[in-house]
Design a protein. Structure first.
Length: 61
């Protein structure tokens, strides 16, 4: 069964990974996840910048 994630952060999130994935913009997702520094508390996706996730937390490496 496939689950669908919906961004619920309430912010303008056109650059958030969840929205980019739902729009099929996988090349953009690859670009903003190449050197992750944060993780989304909501969905667990890792990103280069906190601007690209709904609930950023520092990525412990």
């Amino acid at each position: 069964m496939e689950t669908t994630s919906t961004c619920t952060c309430g912010a303008k999130h056109t650059g958030h990974i969840c929205m980019l994935k739902s729009a099929g913009r996988l090349e953009d997702v690859a670009h903003i996840t190449s050197s992750p520094t944060v993780v989304c508390f909501t969905c667990g996706v890792e990103a280069n910048s906190e601007d690209n996730v709904c609930s950023p937390m520092p990525l412990d490496k």
